[in-house]
Write a protein that binds this ligand. Structure first.
Ligand SMILES: NC(=O)c1ccc[n+]([C@@H]2O[C@H](COP(=O)([O-])OP(=O)(O)OC[C@H]3O[C@@H](n4cnc5c(N)ncnc54)[C@H](O)[C@@H]3O)[C@@H](O)[C@H]2O)c1
Length: 318
């Protein structure tokens, strides 16, 4: 059993959305291990109850609030759930998510709306209600949102998810400015880990299978790709929630496997001026010179998978 009486997050209360399984569950368990009382949220009662039990068994404190995030009602229920069970709220992790991957012409309005509803609107509504609570109660709260490599680089077949995840990072930059005076921080974490969301991707197969066998994932995954299991990301979430991270605001931090990254915010890489502005004719004459050497890469460039880690070889080994 964990002794949480002297742990760094003792006395703090956290809400983690979508924490019945996967990364959210690992975040909730780590926050509890560091002393926080946790509100588990998911769409399924049984999953949420199992998550609560896992925290209780480890000596932590947790309750479940089952509600599909995306609406103001769900956001309010989560803040109220924290206050009713534990008397306060200090930390919000907006992790709930779904995928509806399709290339653009196959993507329906519904595919787009569902993903935006859960990730983007879910983050917006939950953060708004948590921040209201922080301000009203003078809490130096912590907002930790969850982005994705897709929101940073773009990924084929993920128009809806890219919109939502890039939007979350855009909101974080704005919230860092709005919340600073209240002593509240807002950051985004870009995780990569083996979960239900990623374990069917053939590229990651040999790592997922090693993990299932209880073996360490190959170094190539943990280092080159920053791909490990959910627990590898959880330390950063707890750190950002702690008093140690009071000066970390508006940042976008990548975590996975053995890797930790600080992402830059977009900045112009070239700035040129022309008296009278940039007419079509002026651009025709000047733009090839201006852009030369500055075309920005699109998409994430992954190193090639070594021969012995190809999915076919993994199947033979398993
Ligand atoms: N796994 C990765 O490598 C990876 C990479 C980048 C970003 N992410 C992000 O991390 C988060 C967690 O992903 P995961 O990999 O653990 O996936 P997961 O599918 O294992 O977990 C997502 C959880 O969210 C819950 N959920 C879905 N809709 C919900 C709603 N409306 N309200 C409350 N809960 C809801 C699901 O039931 C599930 O328990 C997501 O935001 C995902 O986009 C994951």
């Amino acid at each position: 059993m964990t002794d949480t009486s002297t742990a760094p997050l003792t006395g703090k209360v956290a809400v983690v959305t979508g924490s019945g399984q996967g990364l959210g569950l690992a975040y909730a368990q780590e926050l509890a291990r560091q002393g926080a009382a946790v509100v588990i949220n998911d769409v399924n009662q049984e999953t949420a109850d199992r998550a609560v039990a896992s925290i209780a068994e480890a000596g932590g404190q947790a309750v479940a609030v089952v509600a599909p995030v995306g609406t103001t009602e769900a956001a309010t229920a989560l803040v109220e759930g924290a206050v009713t069970a534990f008397g306060r709220l200090d930390i919000l992790v907006t992790n709930a998510g779904v995928l509806r991957d399709k290339s653009l012409l196959k993507m329906t309005d519904e595919d787009f709306d569902v993903v935006v509803q859960v990730h983007l609107r879910g983050t917006f509504t939950c953060v708004r209600e948590a921040y209201r609570h922080f301000k009203d109660n003078k809490v130096a709260g912590r907002i930790i949102t969850i982005g994705s490599p897709t929101g940073q680089y773009g990924t084929f077949g993920q128009t809806n998810y890219a919109a939502a995840k890039a939007g979350i990072v855009g909101m974080v930059r704005t919230w860092a400015l709005e919340m600073e005076r209240a002593g509240v921080t807002a950051n985004a974490v870009i995780p990569v880990a083996a979960t239900a969301m990623t374990e069917t991707i053939p590229f990651f197969r040999s790592a997922v299978e090693a993990d299932r066998r209880g073996e360490p994932m190959p170094d190539f995954f943990r280092k080159e790709l920053g791909f490990g299991n959910a627990d590898d990301v959880a330390g950063l979430i707890a750190y950002l929630a702690s008093d140690d991270a009071a000066g970390i605001n508006g940042q976008v931090l990548g975590a996975g496997g053995d890797r930790l990254q600080v992402f830059s915010h977009p900045r112009p890489v070239v700035t040129e001026y022309r008296d009278g502005g940039w007419t079509f004719e002026a651009l025709r004459a000047e733009f090839p010179r201006i852009i030369e050497g500055h075309l920005q890469p699109v998409g994430e460039t992954l190193p090639p998978l070594p021969e012995e880690l190809q999915p076919e070889s993994a199947t033979e080994k398993a």
